[in-house]
Unconditional design. Structure first.
Length: 281
């Protein structure tokens, strides 16, 4: 089976592993399942996840981690070959993923400095990029938004890693990538192409990483409005883990067509669910 596994709220919660999940995934991989990790988080590079997951005992290689920045990079090189130069609004992980596939990346932080120092508009200061890719930028400034907006107005393709409205940090809820996207969208009147969940592109790229059809996957996630909704969009089965943001009551309150295929409270229940689905249940 192909398992597309969300990270925060499924494999770990903040800094702490979810008990038993890494060991279960290791057992499933040993039995022949393909496991690809999928996350909307736009700030980190794949190697960061590999180190963390390996330390928990989860089966992982860099090509089996498809974050929203990685999916964005793959989407651009595979489906929009005319895009070569990209202005980024985000963290270093986004820049690294885009550079990894050969794109010419200019960061909004640099462009904003040029705008202030040289009196340029964002389009000129960025060197006329083909696209603007925006995600979560913890150092966001007014001029970074202005730089992105200038480029989008000038015709650059507008792409969002995800629209998550908030970013949980453990103790706090901080503004998510969706808040950054909304600022650019509001000032330009132009809506972006969105890569991350609940849109289908992240899961499509994750399945493509192992040469599979996303409709054959089982999506394991903790968010009804992201993971489970994305699974439904690509026609995949899904398991809601009650170790994160969504509850059983919320799932049961949905119309039958919008509910996950199954619900699991912990790793033991998840293992039982997966065995049943493998048998066609």
């Amino acid at each position: 089976m192909l398992l597309l596994v969300d990270l925060d709220g499924v494999v770990y919660r903040g800094a702490d592993p979810v008990p038993g999940v890494a060991a279960l995934l290791a057992a499933r991989a040993a039995a022949g399942d393909d496991i690809v990790y999928v996350t909307n988080n736009s700030m980190h590079y794949r190697a960061d996840y590999v180190t963390r997951l390996a330390s928990m005992g989860a089966p992982v290689t860099a090509d089996r981690v498809v974050s929203s920045p990685r999916a964005t990079a793959l989407y651009l090189v595979e489906r929009e070959p005319g895009v070569r130069r990209v202005l980024t609004v985000g963290a270093s992980g986004l820049d690294r993923e885009l550079r990894d596939v050969g794109l010419d990346v200019v960061a909004a932080a640099y462009v904003a400095e040029r705008m202030a120092r040289e009196g340029l508009d964002g389009w000129a200061a960025a060197g006329h990029p083909d696209a603007v890719v925006a995600g979560l930028d913890p150092q966001l400034t007014y001029l970074r938004i202005a730089a992105a907006a200038d480029c989008v107005r000038a015709g650059a393709r507008f792409i969002a890693t995800n629209r998550d409205p908030v970013y949980p940090t453990g103790r706090w809820l901080r503004p998510g990538a969706g808040s950054v996207i909304a600022a650019i969208e509001t000032t330009t009147g132009i809506s972006p192409l969105v890569i991350g969940k609940p849109e289908p592109l992240l899961l499509e790229e994750a399945a493509r990483a192992v040469g599979a059809d996303p409709r054959t996957a089982i999506v394991i996630g903790d968010g009804l409005s992201t993971d489970i909704a994305a699974a439904r969009t690509v026609g995949a089965r899904s398991v809601l883990m009650l170790t994160g943001v969504s509850s059983r009551a919320e799932a049961e309150a949905l119309p039958a067509a919008l509910r996950p295929t199954a619900v699991a409270t912990d790793a033991d229940e998840l293992g039982a669910v997966l065995r049943g689905l493998a048998l066609g249940g």
